[in-house]
Design a protein around this ligand. Structure first.
Ligand code: FE2
Length: 365
């Protein structure tokens, strides 16, 4: 018998960032990451307290929202956390059901189910709190044909840099405070009906100095994957601790975006000024012994700094950006899967040593 999916989710609907200046953030994601203009809400559309820009590339929708007044929950969020992810919106068939089921199982309500209408139809939104000040919004859009959501108009600027080949969100990682990983693993299991895919402890993920623990939670159809990290005791301060210190609590650490051609995507991103972490050249001396034969030219990957890992089902190529704001908080992963369903465990050590070199420069190790 098929196991029943407690909370059917069709995919990630959008990710909303609360930022200090949405106009400039939107320009950065257009210019640097190739996101395309989709929708807008602001003073011109009757939104008097906030402005939002929505951008899309492949199936990835990002929204950047800024406050128009100091007495605003958006301004409060930015003051405390800096620019960061507020909403991880999930596309569902029934936003009332999603809200009622999760709240009944212990989720803290964020937004009661609300119907929003315009000439393009009807959307139902509801929401629950997750770790830190982050929330899930459930989006029911089966009776809606507009560009994004009611209240937003099409955003059609002349300036349109081309896409860079980003297709969908592969996974989104949350950093939670000391001792909270299992609390949130239990939340995703018991409240959201997710299953645990894998776990890493500090023996898997540690360098000479720093350590962390991680468990990966996935929803019924496997479209949504949320690794959850917690710092572990090391000789020095881990990147997770550094994040918690600067974000002032738990929050989204990185968004992994998938491409079908990581070499082309990364070449374009670098040309547009996106900065990536680097590993020593020696990484590529030993990588073939670890991962075996791959389709790509190793020299090209080495030149790009693309990392490689293999599991039972295939291999993956991945690369991590530096933080994209001045606080060392949110960053991006670019990933291309060639059969592998894992997350690059074989690269953790090289990667963390790279992050430690950055932390050393910031004086936060
Ligand atoms: Fe990742």
């Amino acid at each position: 018998m098929m196991e029943q999916d407690l909370l059917p989710i069709n995919g990630t609907d959008y990710v909303e960032f609360y930022v200090g200046n949405a106009k400039q953030a939107a320009h950065y994601y257009q210019t640097a990451f190739g996101f395309q203009p989709l929708a807008y809400a602001g003073l011109e559309t009757g939104s008097t307290d906030r402005t939002s820009y929505v951008l899309q590339q492949g199936k990835i929708r990002l929204m950047f929202t800024t406050a128009l007044n100091p007495d605003s929950p958006v301004a409060d969020h930015v003051k405390l956390h800096g620019d960061g992810v507020k909403v991880v919106a999930l596309w569902v068939d029934d936003a009332r059901f999603s809200f009622n089921e999760t709240v009944e199982r212990g989720a803290k309500p964020y937004m009661n189910p609300t119907v929003h209408n315009d000439q393009h139809g009807k959307v139902v939104l509801s929401g629950i709190h997750i770790y830190g000040d982050t929330v899930h919004v459930f989006v029911e859009r089966r009776n809606y044909t507009g560009p994004f959501l009611p209240g937003y108009i099409k955003w059609e600027p002349e300036y349109r840099p081309l896409e860079v080949g980003l297709k969908y969100i592969d996974h989104m990682v949350g950093n939670v405070d000391w001792g909270q990983m299992n609390t949130w693993v239990d939340f995703y299991a018991n409240v959201m009906g997710f299953k645990q895919l894998v776990s890493f402890d500090d023996n898997d993920i540690s360098t000479e100095y720093t350590a962390l623990m991680s468990k990966v939670m996935s929803n019924g159809n496997g479209y949504i994957k949320f690794p959850i990290n917690e710092p572990a005791k090391g000789k020095k301060k881990s990147q997770i601790e550094e994040y918690i210190q600067f974000y002032k609590g738990s929050g989204v650490q990185h968004v992994a975006m998938a491409t079908d051609n990581i070499v082309e995507t990364v070449a374009e991103l670098k040309k547009r000024g996106v900065e990536f972490l680097t590993v020593p050249d020696s990484y590529y001396d030993t990588v073939t012994a670890r991962v075996g034969m791959i389709d790509e030219d190793l020299q090209t990957l080495a030149k790009m700094g693309v990392l490689i890992d293999r599991d039972d089902e295939g291999y993956l190529l991945q690369l991590f950006s530096k933080p994209v704001e001045d606080r060392p908080t949110l960053f991006y992963e670019i990933i291309q899967r060639k059969g592998a369903k894992s997350f690059g465990k074989g690269n953790f050590k090289a990667l963390f040593e790279s992050i430690e070199r950055e932390q050393e420069r910031r004086g936060t190790l």
